[in-house]
Design a protein around this ligand. Structure first.
Ligand SMILES: [Zn+2]
Length: 68
């Protein structure tokens, strides 16, 4: 059974002979790992202690009070 490298989709050798299994090479392993970390770090960190912006009612009627 030939496992395919998750990174480049080439046949990757089994573990005893292939230290980077299930990847075909250490490089592919790094690539996949980097992709993983990249996606994690891509999560935008927003300040938790920032006050949530209050949505203003768009249908707020402009009150025109004419003086009598
Ligand atoms: Zn590969």
């Amino acid at each position: 059974m030939a496992a395919l490298c998750p990174s480049c989709h080439k046949p990757a050798g089994p573990r005893p002979g292939n230290k980077s299994a299930p990847f075909c090479s250490p490089r592919c392993r790094q690539v996949d790992l980097g992709r993983w970390l990249g996606e994690e770090y891509r999560v935008p960190d927003r300040p938790l202690d920032a006050e949530p912006e209050q949505p203003r009612p768009a249908s707020a009627p402009a009150q025109d009070e004419d003086g009598r």
